[in-house]
Design a binder for this molecule. Structure first.
Ligand code: SF4
Length: 242
């Protein structure tokens, strides 16, 4: 049976979602509702466009030489790729057959048994951890951080290379106690290649307006360079490569 996936969009030359130049597949569907989300148009599965794996692979293959030359590959992002695990596992498997480096960008809010098939074909996981404080996490995303932390521990146990991403939102995720507690948690994992601190921005705000959603962070400003530097220093203090 041909597996089909609901896709938001395809981007041929991504440079911020993993190493090198990347073909990025933005899957439709996400179980979180992050207040700072810049892709709220990816939330509902039904709003995507249906693609077969062959259709996506035909596009991917056109950029194979760029990817190879730059040390890049494919990144499946979203939304969340783990919402459509069968499609994504097949897509990554096909990429591995073409010797293309594979990455997924996820919040890790998933049942581990479901994720295992995808992980088998993923060379790298970009894991977004919104907060180590579960109260903050729930307020920010609408769900618990427990599955994400369990996912991170599992990735460490199988030595799956991982880049952690942390969005710094003033007055929400800039609490030093929470940042220290995340640093400590991450320092006990053995698979982290890199940690990225991403300053909050409002580039997706217009989409919230277009969709008629209430954008609660209207009055929140991006963090200062100084506060980003302070957070980076805290993480570095835990021996993390930032
Ligand atoms: S996990 Fe990503 S796509 Fe989903 S709501 Fe949060 S920021 Fe948006």
């Amino acid at each position: 049976m041909t597996i089909k996936g609901m896709i938001h969009s395809l981007e041929s030359c991504g440079t911020v979602d993993g190493p090198g130049v990347r073909f990025v597949v933005f899957m439709q569907g996400c179980p979180l509702r992050c207040k700072f989300c810049h892709n709220p148009d990816t939330w509902k599965l039904k709003d995507g466009k249906e693609f077969t794996v062959d259709e996506v692979m035909n596009e991917v293959k056109k950029y194979k030489s760029y990817m190879k030359f730059s040390g890049g590959g494919i990144t499946v992002s979203g939304g969340d790729p783990l919402m459509q695990p069968k499609f994504v596992a097949e897509l990554l498997k096909r990429c591995k057959e073409e010797k293309i480096h594979t990455a997924i960008d996820t919040s890790g809010y998933v049942n581990l048994d479901i994720a295992k098939d995808v992980l088998e074909y993923a060379d790298l996981v970009l894991l977004d951890i919104k907060s180590h404080n579960n109260i903050v996490y729930k307020d920010l995303t609408g769900v618990s951080n427990e599955p994400t932390l369990k996912f991170a521990n599992y990735l460490s146990s199988i030595n799956k290379p991982m880049w952690v991403r942390y969005v710094l939102v003033p007055h929400i995720t800039d609490n030093m106690e929470d940042i220290n507690s995340l640093g400590k948690f991450l320092s006990n994992l053995n698979n982290i290649e890199k940690l990225e601190v991403l300053p909050f921005h409002k580039m997706g705000e217009f989409k919230w307006d277009e969709l008629g959603y209430d954008y609660e962070l209207k009055n929140t400003r991006p963090p200062s360079e100084d506060s980003v530097k302070k957070v980076i220093d805290v993480f570095r203090g835990y021996g993390l490569r930032v």
